[in-house]
Write a protein that binds this ligand. Structure first.
Ligand code: SF4
Ligand code: SF4
Length: 295
């Protein structure tokens, strides 16, 4: 087809695909080659999954800072924030995959509901962040932990990005705020361990899942994400203090032993991570037996 013949420059293709993702609403986008271990062996229907595409376009969707400021992280808006980001991601990846298919390339969206691949290794390989103390959460230097992912896989030739190191391992080694704030003590207070070939802070996923499913005071949970000192706005929309702190965190590595404990204390002192009532715009309502009630 015309697309396959003319769109053969991986660097130009990568620029165009990333630009399309930003036009459609992705917040940060990276690209990687897909390692065999990222593919699931079988689908939900029990059929083997074919490793059919070479590249993954990995996109982060911000769960939205302002709403999160008004929330506790495990109240009634929590599930909505997650699902909105998943839905937005599915729409973006679906439109992108269809665009690439029309240009003659194989492509498909890999969403929260239906994915042939694990997203976390792809996020790391695409340079979108580092694993954090929260555990199975890749934290991005710009969106922090406040993100959901969507992936589009394709055989279009693309220039991959590289994994990044922005000093998060040091920060998380000296900050225990997510472990302190987790309502069910599911986050590690200790050191990293080797698990499935990754050096990670291993969370108690059963405790976390049980709390999220049985939380009687809200829908699901994202309190670790809400209270993390790196849950900030560090673009031009953010405060000068937060932008300077973010710049120092990424660029002034030698100052980390002084800056990290200071940053965590100042974050607490400023009351960050608490609920800001001015930002609460939603009603806490639940539908039980077809009737809308105050939960
Ligand atoms: S989502 Fe909630 S329960 Fe799970 S680790 Fe984070 S704070 Fe703990
Ligand atoms: S709260 Fe602290 S320890 Fe937990 S993920 Fe954020 S920076 Fe790392």
């Amino acid at each position: 087809t015309v697309g396959r013949e003319t769109l053969s420059d991986p660097a130009a293709n990568a620029r165009a695909v990333k630009s399309l993702s930003y036009l459609l609403g992705a917040d940060v986008t990276g690209i990687c080659e897909i390692p065999a271990y990222a593919w699931y062996s079988h689908g939900a229907d029990g059929e083997p999954i074919e490793m059919k595409h070479r590249y993954a376009v990995v996109m982060l969707i911000d769960q939205e800072f302002d709403t999160m400021e008004g929330a506790s992280g495990d109240d009634w808006i929590s599930g909505t924030q997650s699902m909105r980001a998943y839905l937005r991601g599915a729409e973006i990846a679906g439109v992108m995959a269809e665009t690439l298919r029309r240009l003659g390339f194989a492509a498909r969206s890999q969403t929260n509901v239906d994915s042939d691949l694990l997203h976390i290794p792809l996020m790391l390989l695409a340079g979108l962040g580092e694993l954090s103390r929260i555990g199975e959460l890749v934290l991005n230097p710009f969106v922090g932990p406040r993100l959901k992912t969507v992936v589009m896989t394709t055989d279009m030739p693309l220039m991959p990005d590289k994994p990044i190191d922005f000093g998060l391992q040091y920060f998380c080694s000296h900050c225990w705020k997510c472990a302190r704030e987790c309502p069910c003590d599911a986050i590690s207070w200790g050191d990293k361990v080797m698990f499935n070939g990754y050096e990670i802070w291993k969370p108690d996923v059963e405790r976390c899942a049980r709390y999220r499913l049985t939380n009687a005071r809200g829908s699901a949970c994202g309190r670790c994400m809400k209270t993390c000192p790196l849950n900030k706005v560090v673009t031009a929309d953010g405060s000068v203090l937060e932008r300077v702190a973010s710049w120092c965190g990424i660029n002034a590595r030698a100052l980390k032993p002084v800056l990290v404990p200071l940053a965590v204390r100042i974050d607490d002192w400023l009351g960050n991570g608490t609920r800001n009532p001015v930002k609460k715009w939603w009603f806490d309502l639940e539908v039980i037996d077809g009737v809308c009630v105050d939960p």
